[in-house]
Design a protein around this ligand. Structure first.
Ligand code: NAD
Length: 392
């Protein structure tokens, strides 16, 4: 999407101008892009958003945007990103893009959930969250009556969620297991299941035994992936910016440490990105020496269309990120929806089948395209499609 939106202050001016000049005899077929209508409608129309709520709390200075993209499958869960944006256009762009992504992520996970996201403005990179801000945010979420269910994202801590919990029933995560707690074990389990689908599809067998898995980032997700690979007799190449965790991986798993700049192109059966997004792109695809890319990070490909095609041409199998890393969402959305722990586990296990089906698709295009079609099928049906839908 090109950013054609106007800064909020200018939008406000145009909106008040539009109100002053509104004529009752305007033809209802008049284009919304008539110069008197804020351009933000162009963006939300293009992406199909249902609601975009601009929130301001005078007492705390909180400024946030809640974007509900699509509720075809149910009310919409999505994280809150607290970030120091360069300007308002960036903030709007981010919330529209991320909320759209959540619709596909929830649909691909076969959940009775729609897609949404919140962005919270940080005045400076170091601006610390306060309880008063979190409470103000919770009040905005609560007013939506469950249409939007908030969760953690970059810049929002478990403490922030815990501050919100007493104010609204529509927030998940935090420190209490009842609210979902830390979803990373479920994300990691989904990644391991998706990696298994990848090796089956590649004809490398059913287990990680004797395979080489390169894990980038040994945090909450990456570490648990290493544990699973090691338990099955796989060999680990690992990279992180923290020496302590690398030393631990050497001691506990007999892992081989690789430089942070080398791990992406190291020789491996599976490259498992669990640190940052945008690690695979035009510049490094020709140097890749892996057979499969399957990891927990979001937005692994710099350009899913162009890079997806380059990977396909090179014969590297790519397990789409928004499907393989859906385990944490399944946990939080499942608990919110009243799923039993067994049902949640079944759905996380189902990530293996979902990734396998996507990789085995014989239709033209990339695996990213196949994953979008996989999610779109659920959106077109208007309900989840899996056999494990008993609670949905
Ligand atoms: P984390 O912060 O716990 O771990 C990230 C790790 O990456 C840290 O150990 C950090 O030191 C390391 N790292 C940072 N920069 C690096 C670099 N340049 N090279 C190598 N290592 C580097 O995060 P996490 O919760 O494990 O999440 C990992 C990724 O998965 C993130 O991209 C996150 O957005 C995504 N994700 C996480 C979840 C979840 O449930 N935690 C869900 C979906 C997606």
């Amino acid at each position: 999407m090109t950013i054609t939106t106007t800064p909020i202050h200018a939008l406000a001016e145009r909106m008040s101008w539009a109100r002053r000049t509104t004529r009752l005899d305007i033809d209802s077929t008049t284009s919304i892009n008539d110069g008197a209508t804020p351009m933000i409608f162009n963006d939300i129309t293009a992406k199909g958003h249902e609601n975009v709520l601009f929130c301001h709390d005078k007492a705390t200075g909180l400024r946030a945007i809640i974007a509900v993209h699509n509720t075809t499958l149910g009310n919409a869960l999505g994280g809150m990103r607290r970030w120091h944006y360069a300007n308002e256009e960036e903030m709007i762009y981010d919330v529209l893009r991320l909320s759209e992504g959540m619709t596909y992520k929830a649909a691909a996970a076969d959940l009775p959930m729609g897609g949404a996201k919140t962005v919270i403005w940080k005045d400076s990179p170091d601006a610390q969250p306060t309880q008063a801000e979190a409470v103000a945010m919770a009040k905005f979420v609560d007013r939506l009556g469950g249409l939007y269910i908030a969760a953690e994202d970059v810049g929002v801590t478990t403490q922030y969620i815990d501050w919100m919990v007493p104010v609204t029933d529509h927030v998940m995560g935090g420190t209490s297991a009842e609210q979902g707690g830390d979803p990373s074990p479920y994300t990691a389990a989904g990644v391991v299941n998706g990696m298994r689908a990848g090796i089956r599809h590649a004809g490398l067998g059913d287990t990680f035994k004797d395979l080489t898995i390169a894990v980038q980032g040994l945090g909450a997700v990456g570490w648990k992936v290493c544990q699973a690979v090691h338990a099955e007799g796989g060999n680990l190449l690992v990279a992180d910016i923290r020496d302590d965790i690398l030393n631990k991986a050497v001691t506990e798993f007999g892992a081989t440490v690789v430089g942070v700049d080398e791990i992406v192109t190291a020789k491996s059966d599976v490259f498992c990105p669990c640190a940052l997004g945008a690690v695979i792109g035009n510049g490094n695809i020709e140097k890749l020496q892996t057979k499969i890319i399957a990891g927990g990070a979001n937005n692994v490909l710099i350009d899913p269309i162009e890079d997806g095609a380059l990977l396909k041409n090179k014969g590297v199998i790519y397990a789409p990120d928004f499907v393989i890393n859906g385990g944490g969402l399944i946990r939080l959305a499942g608990l919110y929806s009243g799923f039993s722990p067994d049902e949640i586990d079944k759905r996380v296990a189902n990530i293996e089948h979902a990734i396998f089906e996507i990789l085995e698709t014989t239709e033209s295009g990339t695996t990213h395209d196949a994953a979008i079609r996989y999610a779109q099928k659920r959106l077109d049906a208007g309900h989840p499609l899996s056999a494990t839908n008993s609670n949905a």
